[in-house]
Write a protein that binds this ligand. Sequence first.
Ligand SMILES: Nc1ncnc2c1ncn2[C@@H]1O[C@H](COP(=O)(O)OP(=O)(O)OP(=O)(O)O)[C@@H](O)[C@H]1O
Length: 743
Amino acid sequence: MASSELERERDYVHSLYSRLDELLEDARVRLDAVRRENAGGTHQNRSERDAFARIYEDRVAQLRQVDERLAFGRLTLADAPAGAEHHYIGRIGLRDDDQRPLLLDWRVPQARAFYQATAATPLGARARRHLQSAGRDVIRIDDEIFDRDLLDDASDSLQGEAALLATVTAQRTGRMVDIVATIQAEQDAIIRSELAGALVVQGGPGTGKTAVALHRAAYLLYSHRERLSSNGVLIVGPSPSFLQYIEQVLPSLGETGVVLASLGQLFPGEEATDEDAPEVAELKGSLEMVDLLKRAVRSRQIVPREAQVIDVNGERLTIQPSVIHSAMQRAWETRKPHNVARVTFNKAALSSLTRLLADQLRSHGNTIEDSDLGWLREDLRTSYDVRVLLNTAWLPLTPQKFIRDLYARPAWLAELTPTWSEQRRALLFRGRDADFTVSDIALLDEAAELLGEVDLAADARKAERKQQRKRDIANAEQAIRNMRVEGLVDARSLAEGFEAQVYRGTTAEQAAADREWTYGHIVVDEAQELSPLQWRVLVRRNPLKSFTIVGDVAQASAAAGTTSWSGALDPHLGRSWRLEELTVNYRTPAQVSEVAEEVARAHGLDITRSRAVREGEWPVFVTLGQPVEAAVVSAIREDRTRGSGAVAVIATGEVRGRLTAALSREFGSEVGVGAVGLTRAIAVLTPQESKGLEFDTVIVAEPQSIVDEHSRGASALYVAMTRATQRLYVVADSDLPVGMPRP
Ligand SMILES: Nc1ncnc2c1ncn2[C@@H]1O[C@H](COP(=O)(O)OP(=O)(O)OP(=O)(O)O)[C@@H](O)[C@H]1O
């Protein structure tokens, strides 16, 4: 019986693959046809053809990408007509030629029961079946029957336990994979939560926060395609290595138009990777900096102390400070940013100077008619002395130069911060040619807000682009009718294709390049690490405040990060955010997570308890009293006798340097440092770099030095210890942190 069921499923899934192949072939044929058509033609013809070609190319890529585990579930409905009782669930939706559904996209509302039904609340389902595949073959089926009479209350059990355990124990590859086949009920409820407002997902390490956040992005893009495809979705992660780790997940779910950015990449044109020392990052991330920058901008609007004498075509004119001051007054009244208000300042000052010059010329006996005032004004505008006078009073500024000046001119900083100590000011001091750090990015953005931009040419281009887009949409509608592809392609995305040829690329590319772009939704991962200033940047990019915010306040290891969601979010989002929790740990075996929690508690961390889905085979291996280089090398050798997989060595400061040298001597090119390590057998990482990642084996070297590194050191150690999916080794020369088991 069971094997004939397996056969049946195998046959059905084979028929789905045949349909997939047909669609793929169809898209390829259309692509070839489009490429051949209108080879010459007008510019408009060519860009239409290219846009169509891109749409078919994307379709071909999408159909190829869903090949692995195309279908992974079947839902049997309780009250369905014969022949329609089974719904198959997969990565994308498939229909036959008569438009009858063969496979449901996991994101459609009818698929919800596949993830959420329990015996207690079957949601109209009689049974759920998980299909496990190898290549295109179904190799195993697991059934759950929702028949209250036959079962105990199973509401607490894991769904598709066999499939889930197979996934969570699989060897890691250095790249995160999607969990679409085994999403659990508490995760699914979060993924499908409504788009509006800010949703905060709190959960301990390994509870699937990142996975849930990415699947939610895919779900929202699918369910709100119209709105989100034009505004875009931004995903913010803590570091480039983290982005590299997650970058495959959304494409494997068929979604490519998302902007991924680390905190160092949020200001177009700058790409910061260096981190400041913790106390510097804390200061730079604090709200105090907002006032400081405001004062700093104001201090660059300078009323001269004394009257200034200027020469305009041989006429010497004395300008009282009050003339400059009242022009400034006019500019301040606009409440516009510095560079924009400067236009008002210049106009007001030139008007006053024109009047002064006219009066002076009249007093010297010249006849000045009102019609001459325009010429006088032009003389003033082009006069060297006037330019110097006005620029000295109100100089246009770029954010980069402004922030660099602030750091490199201690005397100016001292004027702006009379209540600060010398030591506090010294935290900001940097040479003019120093690279910007990750925490400078939020300051640059804050400065850009205060300074504003006057770019008339860009404004004109923006207006023209809007008009062109309207014309493109009309043309796209016509082209869709001509090519008889209604329903397959929508006019907006086709028009975006035209635009891409003429202008600046896809929505995602445009969004990433434009500081003033506002996204339809922002996903923030490891959100506990964000400083108040970084939150301000993100709220500016998303004025409707539609956020998915995931993190764990107990893992906050950045000095500027947060230990309470309320403290972090209320100032920016008010009380409008909602909180959900994840409670099951899918990553770390209980034997490891219990030790990590014990150490965290011994350091006073208020950790979120979670239940591990598996016990694990190995205890935590602790070595004390050997030189750390030798101990790590032998831990790696020992580990290779226990199992295979990706290894991370996590250490900080000079220990990390020593270890890198020793490991490279021993294991050569198998070793990689930082993000490079993610594609090697052995990655050497700081706790900060390891954030959000996971490895089969983790070796934490000199844990006490991690605790001692800064005020949030215990959290950093907790992060490091919870990266292991199989085995954890702790190696110390002389000192173990409190709470750590002794060897
Ligand atoms: N429903 C699920 N089915 C299969 N695997 C899952 C599921 N949920 C989570 N996982 C796996 O558990 C691991 C941890 O998930 P993830 O990295 O999203 O956790 P996290 O809460 O973000 O952790 P941390 O806070 O430590 O960064 C990943 O390998 C993920 O694929």
